[in-house]
Design a protein around this ligand. Structure first.
Ligand SMILES: [Zn+2]
Length: 479
């Protein structure tokens, strides 16, 4: 009976068995475990890196759900291509490598004060290379358009923007290195390299700009493909050619390699005395050569002096020394300021005079003769390196100074030498004294400028430099 009743009641019974409870507990534990596995604790930003400025580029793999709560950026300023700061509601960060890395500053009191020099090079002469006039109101990233709250271009190419609503994008501060054509959410190593290159360009331009008279002239030259300084010259002159890229210039059958200096490539081009007047193209510019008449000079010397020129062996030996000294020139312009006259003497023979000695044609005098009292101090025409200082047969005590890029000054017939080969001299240094040694009829200084081993007109250099030879009418800025 009992058994039967129990058997009958069992299906209706609501009381769960022990096994049922065990199953329920096991199932619950499994569900809890699953929940823990599928929903881990929320992602925490590492200390001080809540800003996207410090995070690595997230790229397209970043999940929108995993977005880190961003700190609110209040303001930023880049003092240079390396130094800058960004201020948040909860602190300030600074960078010393153009934004590749940002570090929290100790407190607001150590906030670096913004400086007024946007360029790394503290030089007004390249202010035209700054991007201060670039103030975009929006930037375009892929198909999106983002409103700009604050922008700062340090150069024409490199700029930063703080967006109105940084939360819409990966980072509140975006950077460009191509003048705003493309924008990036972080400074990657590649972008930092571009900034380094920009800094190098600024330094090169600044170095070159200091050689011109005005920043406007420097800008004009540096924005041109080719520049001829000056664009109008005479036979026997020298011109300085500048090109924006490396290359060479062929002139009167000779090829001159353009040497790098500053932001461009340069070479001196000596014009022969016999070159015909006319227009000659150099790159995309034209060199105009005007006609020039050279006078004739008749010189009487003693028979003994006249015979000096017949000692061809000694003359050839000297020439070897001179050629060797002039064979190497520094690969940059060694001067900073104007060339000066080495002495205030009386001009007895100008440059280019056709000379007859004792009635016989001798040569063209491709130097200037300045007569002065024996012992008059001679100044270095400009900064340079002495490459030869010794007694030669025809020119007596002689000095050659290298001014760089193939330009040398020569001083002849000195009574005394005050320098030796290898000496670095400054403009105005006393390098020797006036004399009448060698083939000379009286105390004077025979002074020559050599450009690529061609003697050129010294008058072009006095109280100026080749960088100042750009004529005023050609000085207008390019459109
Ligand atoms: Zn002379």
């Amino acid at each position: 009976m009992n058994l039967e009743r129990r058997a009958v009641r069992k299906p209706k019974g609501r009381k769960p068995s022990t096994g049922y409870w065990i199953s329920l507990v096991v199932l619950s534990l499994l569900v809890c475990a699953a929940v823990i596995v599928w929903f881990p604790s929320p992602v925490k930003a590492p200390d001080g890196s809540g800003s996207a400025l410090t995070s690595e580029p997230t790229g397209e793999s970043a999940s929108p759900q995993a977005e880190v709560k961003k700190r609110e950026l209040l303001d930023f300023h880049m003092d240079s291509l390396t130094q800058g700061w960004a201020r948040y509601t909860d602190g300030t960060m600074k960078t010393t490598d153009g934004g590749l890395h940002w570090v929290a500053t100790a407190s607001d009191t150590t906030l670096p004060a913004p400086t007024s020099t946007p360029l790394d090079v503290n030089d007004e002469t390249v202010s035209w290379m700054s991007g201060k006039e670039q103030n975009p109101l929006v930037i375009y990233v892929q198909a999106g358009e983002y409103k700009v709250r604050k922008s700062q271009f340090l150069t024409r190419n490199v700029g930063w923007v703080q967006l109105e609503d940084g939360a819409n994008t990966e980072a509140p501060l975006w950077v460009t290195v191509d003048g705003g054509m493309t924008w990036h959410p972080t400074v990657t190593a590649d972008l930092a390299k571009e900034m380094d290159a920009e800094r190098a360009r600024l330094k090169a331009a600044s170095k070159e700009a200091s050689f011109y008279t005005e920043p406007d002239t420097a800008q004009k030259v540096m924005e041109s493909e080719w520049t001829i300084l000056p664009e109008s010259a005479s036979p026997g002159d020298v011109v300085l050619v500048r090109h924006g890229q490396q290359g060479e210039v062929t002139w009167e059958g000779k090829t001159y390699k353009l040497e790098p200096f500053g932001a461009g490539y340069f070479t001196y081009i000596p014009l022969s005395l016999g070159i015909k007047p006319g227009s000659y193209p150099i790159g995309d510019r034209t060199l105009t050569i005007k006609s020039k008449k050279f006078e004739t000079q008749y010189l009487q010397v003693t028979k003994q002096m006249e015979s000096m020129k017949q000692d061809e062996k000694r003359i050839a030996e000297d020439q070897k020394k001179i050629d060797k000294a002039r064979s190497k020139s520094q690969g940059e312009f060694l001067f900073q300021t104007n060339f000066i006259k080495p002495i205030e003497g009386i001009l007895t023979t100008p440059y280019g005079y056709t000379r007859y000695v004792n009635g016989k044609w001798d040569n063209s005098h491709r130097a200037v003769d300045l007569a002065a009292k024996e012992g008059t101090p001679i100044k270095a025409t400009n900064d340079g390196i002495v490459v030869l200082a010794e007694t030669l047969y025809l020119t007596g005590n002689s000095i050659y100074i290298d001014h760089g890029m193939g330009l040398f000054s020569q001083y002849a017939h000195l009574s005394k030498l005050h320098v030796k080969a290898g000496d670095h001299v400054k403009q105005g240094d006393i390098i020797g004294l006036v004399g009448t040694t060698g083939f000379s009829t009286g105390p004077h200084l025979h002074f020559t400028f050599w450009a690529h081993n061609v003697p050129v007109n010294p008058d072009l250099f006095f109280n100026t430099t080749p960088f100042h030879w750009l004529s005023i009418e050609n000085n207008a800025l390019p459109q």
